[in-house]
Ligand binder design. Structure first.
Ligand code: GLN
Length: 327
């Protein structure tokens, strides 16, 4: 078995990258030209530890739009702005077997099912506080900056394309407005949602963001707090049950870790108190998850026994083994 010192862990990641590079099934998202331009060969696996080590492979600094992975972090900001009780009156936490863009609300409560499907994410974004649209955008950008550790920007052409083609999202927003689940500033909430999806990140950034969640909300590189620690459990439980679209149940069963994927090919995975894992590969399966990303996560989870309910090695000892090669 693996004697995990840092060099050996890097070699393990390099091998994993090499082994999965040959997987070329799946399709790049093409609902807007900016995503269709993605190179199907792009591939990176990055891991950041809660004590600030970062391991990278492949195209770790290739920029891409964060897309649905943003939903996780905006949920944290909305919780900070309103508290758990109010948040739950607007957005549920129930998984749905439906696709991420389904236009279905809970029949009784009229709430969107959870903050990871588009309807729930739009309702969540509409809760972000601020004095003006610019103020709300800036608060959101500042929140992402704290997780990533450096300034970030919104890709204007992706944002414009999302806005011009986003009529399905617009329909969901109007439906929620009809039921009093979001307020009248519909176009503004949608703009903010399209902007959050269009934030540029690279795979290394995503690993640090995931490690910040693993580290109870403190960025392990900058040591800055990104989110209040009491909302980490809200975020991770929703990621665990709803993060992988309509593959979430199988993911929880097989891989057993909170995760979130996005249509540009990113996946983040959180091993609480240990590491954040990020994979970037734009080839997607029919549910919208990165094909290589899912396979790589299966491999890592199995290799290190990271499934939350299976701990023959135990995820708690992972970091110890990384920093003490002789164990
Ligand atoms: N911008 C996309 C949308 O709202 C995000 C989709 C995704 O990553 N699943 O449709």
């Amino acid at each position: 078995m693996f004697e995990n010192d840092a060099a050996e862990f890097q070699a393990y990641l390099n091998d994993l990258h090499r082994q999965h590079q040959s997987l070329t099934s799946g399709r790049v998202a093409d609902y807007i030209p900016e995503l269709a331009k993605a190179n199907p060969d792009w591939f990176s696996i990055c891991v950041a530890t809660v004590d600030g080590q970062v391991f990278t492979t492949g195209d770790a600094d290739q920029l891409f739009t964060i897309q649905s992975i943003s939903k996780v972090f905006v949920q944290g900001l909305a919780l900070e702005d309103h508290g758990r009780d109010y948040f739950l009156t607007r957005v549920g936490v129930e998984p749905t077997g439906d696709a991420f863009n389904s236009i279905v609300l809970d029949e009784q409560s009229k709430r969107p099912y959870n903050p990871m499907v588009n309807a729930g994410a739009i309702a969540t974004t509409s809760l972000i506080k601020g004095d003006s649209p610019t103020d709300r955008l800036n608060r959101m950008l500042d929140m992402f900056r704290r997780y990533i550790g450096h300034d970030i920007f919104v890709d204007i052409s992706t944002f414009t394309s999302e806005r011009t083609t986003g009529n399905r999202n617009r329909a969901m927003a109007y439906l929620m407005y009809n039921f009093g689940m979001i307020d009248a500033r519909i176009e503004e909430a949608l703009d903010l949602y399209f902007q959050q999806c269009s934030i540029m990140v690279d795979c290394r950034d995503l690993a640090v963001m995931a490690a910040t969640l693993a580290n109870r909300g403190i960025n392990p590189i900058t040591r800055e707090r990104a989110v209040a620690p009491n909302y980490i459990r809200d975020i991770l439980s929703v990621m665990y049950t709803c993060g992988m679209y309509n593959f979430a149940g199988e993911w929880a069963y097989k891989i057993g870790l909170p995760a979130k994927s996005g249509v540009s090919g990113g996946i983040i995975v959180v091993v609480p108190d240990q590491i954040g894992i990020a994979i970037f590969s734009p080839l997607l399966d029919p549910r919208g998850n990165s094909v290589r990303g899912v396979k790589v996560c299966e491999a890592i989870s199995e290799y290190f026994d990271l499934h939350l309910f299976d701990s023959s090695m135990g995820c708690r000892t992972f970091l110890q083994r990384l920093s003490h090669p002789t164990r």
